[in-house]
Design a protein around this ligand. Structure first.
Ligand code: ZN
Length: 272
């Protein structure tokens, strides 16, 4: 049975003198949600950067995980969240989505800062690759920091993640294994171009409310890169070589770190 937000509940929102102070604390928000949803709600507040709202039902109760930004949610938004709990997990109400979009700065606040940007490699200068692509395909209009990644922890099953786009940091990282002479410029370009498209096109929600990044529009735009097919073919042919090269570089870095740690030890001891 749909329940209208009850009159008077607005008074439960904390009234604080500061414009940006939270409107709720955890227990009060949970109470309000339970009342609006007309069922028990177990609320967990999170600092999760990618999932702002998720819930599942178990034995009549709803286990709801909400980003802390919802402590700032006006009652109407809380009521909309509660309405959503009566439906299947999936697409959030428009009002809730709007609130989340307007409060993304609260997500960003808790984040690590941009790492140092290293664009000049030993073979390729990423800044120049970016500028050229920006000019040729985006009318020079894109502004997004990029850097050679550290190459660690990016291996995945069956290959390597050559590039990534972090929408929260708004940062493109390119795997350093691509900074070598045997990698053709068109392959590096296709990887950077792909990540630039992620920045440019963003995600599109599908019917279930999940965000789709490689949408049909994305694939169409990706194919506009003139050497797209060649790049795919080159990757297929050279992937195992690159995986091996990346592993070797990993091992070298590890050795280097160990040597540095060893060299530092006497200095530390003399200070003590
Ligand atoms: Zn992608």
């Amino acid at each position: 049975m749909p329940m209208a937000p009850s009159l008077g509940s607005r008074q439960e929102q904390l009234s604080l003198p500061f414009g940006d102070a939270p409107l709720w604390d955890g227990p009060r928000l949970q109470q309000a949600l339970a009342r609006e949803a007309a069922r028990p709600v177990q609320l967990a507040l999170t600092d999760n950067r990618s999932v702002l709202l998720s819930f599942r039902r178990s034995e009549g109760a709803v286990q709801l995980r909400l980003h802390r930004m919802f402590l700032h949610a006006p009652l109407a938004v809380v009521a909309a969240v509660a309405r959503g709990l009566r439906r299947k997990p999936g697409r959030a109400e428009a009002q809730v989505r709007r609130f989340m979009n307007e409060n993304l700065h609260r997500v960003r606040k808790t984040e690590r800062r941009l790492p140092p940007l290293l664009t000049r490699g030993s073979c390729y200068d990423l800044a120049r690759v970016f500028e050229s692509l920006n000019h040729r395909f985006f009318g020079g209009g894109l502004e997004v920091p990029l850097t050679w990644g550290r190459g660690s922890g990016r291996a995945r099953r069956g290959g390597l993640t050559f590039g990534s786009y972090d929408p929260v940091l708004d940062l493109i990282r390119i795997h350093p294994v691509l900074d070598r002479r045997e990698v053709p410029l068109y392959f590096l370009e296709s990887v950077v171009y792909h990540e630039m498209l992620h920045h440019h096109l963003g995600g599109v929600p599908d019917r279930a409310g999940r965000t789709v990044y490689h949408s049909r529009a994305f694939r169409a735009a990706e194919a506009r890169y003139p050497w797209h097919k060649q790049a795919l073919a080159w990757e297929k042919e050279n992937l195992s070589h690159l995986v091996r090269a990346s592993r070797e570089a990993d091992a070298q870095r590890k050795e280097e770190r160990a040597r540095l740690a060893h060299a530092k030890r006497p200095a530390r001891r003399s200070r003590a």
